[in-house]
Design a protein around this ligand. Structure first.
Ligand code: G1P
Length: 304
């Protein structure tokens, strides 16, 4: 069975506790980077990679995601009436995409969120795209995984070198050997190891290409790290019956899953945004000078 990869699953059912109180009534995935919700970046990566259908697994307070990708007649009518064609174009970009939604009723972990996609995916290979990581490269990372699949017909998980003291925030792989052109065979996949137990510094970064056999494993998956049903544990089991590769990502990754990463990403994107980049750059330069001055020790008072 070597079917084409056509479908993507975007888990968006997390509680977003790192961004409270903003995420009490608003989905974390709707927090904007300048003027674009983070989930729109993910949807765009999927479409640029050639994905045809997307399932978003949502939880509570996620209605805004559905509305965002739906048409908004009132807004469109209003913009048309006022001749605001540029704004209308931006609104148009988010409609007409084949998005499907399903709710995960209890947040039991990433593995359980992906399991909700079983009926939607059926018996096809598919990709999972996590919303906390925005990726930039000449070829979109999801497309890179799909190109790998075309050659190997095997599940492939994106990984990236991270600083050793950060491995416990990730799933980590034990690679077999040095890999070929960035593609590794994998001994084991471990979720959130302590740095002293981590088999490498190659961390899973939120893009997965999986064969549908993962679903039977997820159905029987016991809770793991954090008492949650972990996708990484199911992938480790899958790897024992069919090959699962790891693809090392060499592009740029923006982690928007915590406040500091989110702020850095917002600043970097704003410095490229045609409407604000020049003013913001000047502001940052001026601010830098001000901060430097404030840090400098006050000049000693002259003795009389
Ligand atoms: C999840 C996965 C983890 C992966 C990470 C990437 O963890 O469980 O294996 O490395 O995403 O962002 P989370 O960030 O949801 O704790």
């Amino acid at each position: 069975m070597n079917k084409k990869v056509r479908k993507a699953v975007i888990p968006a059912a997390g509680l977003g506790t790192r961004f409270l109180p903003a995420t009490k009534a608003l989905a974390k995935e709707m927090l904007p980077i300048v003027d674009k919700p983070t989930i729109q970046f993910i949807v765009e990566e999927a479409l640029q990679s050639g994905i045809e259908e997307i399932l978003v697994v949502t939880g509570k307070a996620k209605r805004s995601i559905e509305d965002h990708f739906d048409s908004n007649f009132e807004l469109e009518y209003n913009l048309k009436e006022k001749g605001k064609s540029e704004l209308l174009k931006l609104v148009d970009e988010t409609t007409g995409i084949r998005l499907h939604f399903i709710r995960q009723s209890h947040p039991r972990g990433l593995g359980d969120a992906v399991l909700q996609a079983k009926a939607f995916i059926g018996n096809e290979p598919f990709v999972v795209m996590l919303g906390d990581d925005l990726m930039e490269d000449k070829v979109p990372l999801t497309r890179q995984l799909m190109d790998d699949y075309d050659k190997t017909h095997a599940s492939t998980i994106a990984v990236m070198q991270v600083p050793h003291d950060e491995v416990s925030a990730y799933g980590v792989i034990a690679p077999q050997g040095k890999g070929t052109n960035g593609l590794y065979s994998v001994e084991t996949f471990v979720e959130k190891p302590a740095p002293e137990d981590a088999p490498s510094d190659l961390a899973i970064i939120g893009r997965y290409l999986l064969t549908p056999e993962i679903f039977n494993i997820l159905e029987n998956q016991a809770p793991g790290a954090g008492n949650e049903i972990q996708l990484t544990d199911a992938i480790d089991t899958l790897n024992k019956t069919q090959r699962v590769f790891a693809r090392e990502f060499k592009g740029k990754r923006y982690d928007v899953g915590d406040k500091y990463g989110y702020m850095k990403t917002s600043i970097e994107y704003a410095l490229r945004h045609p409407q604000v980049k020049d003013d913001l750059k000047q502001y940052i330069i001026d601010l830098g000078k001000k901060l430097e001055k404030a840090d400098r020790p006050a000049p000693a008072k002259k003795l009389k």
